[in-house]
Design a protein around this ligand. Structure first.
Ligand code: SAM
Length: 215
């Protein structure tokens, strides 16, 4: 199945969001800056910032991860690539970060850069009214790209199932037990997987490490 229509729906949805709310958490569908930053803390837990590192921020939005990194890891030697399906997001990200050295933003889909680590925050949450099978194909393809191009590992997050699930969901959100994708990453990519929870948001962060990182 071609992912073109799924990608186009995602790009249209987030382009509308950022045009409406600007380069702000609401513009990428987060309720607040603190929750956006709290997600970044979890996603970066595997990375040793005392060493130079290259990082691909998949679904980078307007580049908020760089604000977080400047705040929390100001001395990091970081080669950063952000990519996003929405050209409007990339336009704003480039404008915000044009003075930052060693920084590039790509409109996706683009050739995936080879990096030490890849992270993706919130890219699987809003399923833009896609049927579940199409959405899960998109999730699997995104994880596969991240695994293939990340020497040390990658991290993503998933919304947890709603309490009392079985009741209809009125928002087009993809909620899933993260164990399901953890098992997939172990089986398909041979990664060592950790699920991070209990950080105050109804979601899980999946941290996948390559079993034999480069020496
Ligand atoms: C919820 S927003 C989060 C943005 C950013 N990660 C943050 O936390 O501030 C998700 C973003 O991912 C982008 N996106 C979703 N799937 C993608 C993919 N496979 N490749 C690149 N961008 C993607 C969307 O266009 C959107 O801008």
């Amino acid at each position: 199945m071609s992912l073109g229509p799924v990608h186009a729906s995602i790009a249209a949805y987030y382009t509308e969001r950022v045009r409406r709310f600007g380069a702000t958490p609401l513009g990428v569908d987060w309720h607040s800056a603190p929750s956006q930053m709290l997600r970044f803390v979890q996603l970066l837990k595997g990375i040793d910032f005392t060493q130079p590192v290259s990082l691909h921020d998949v679904g980078c939005g307007y580049g908020a991860l760089l604000d977080h990194l400047a705040d929390r890891h100001p001395d990091a030697v970081l080669h950063y690539v952000g990519s996003d399906l929405s050209p409007e997001m990339i336009r704003r990200a480039r404008r915000r970060w044009r003075a930052r050295p060693d920084t590039r933003f790509d409109v996706a889909p683009a050739p995936c850069p080879d990096v030490d680590w890849s992270v993706a925050s919130g890219v699987f949450n809003v399923n833009v009214d896609q049927p579940e099978a199409a959405w899960e194909e998109f999730v699997a393809a995104t994880l596969s790209d991240m695994a293939a191009h990340s020497a040390f590992g990658f991290a993503v997050n998933f919304l947890d199932p709603a309490p009392g699930s079985g009741s209809p969901q009125f928002q087009p959100l993809y909620r899933v037990p993260a164990e399901r994708w953890a098992a997939h990453c172990e089986r398909a990519f041979g990664c060592e997987v950790e699920l991070i929870r209990g950080y105050g948001l109804r979601e899980s962060t999946l941290l996948a490490r390559r079993r034999a990182p480069p020496s």
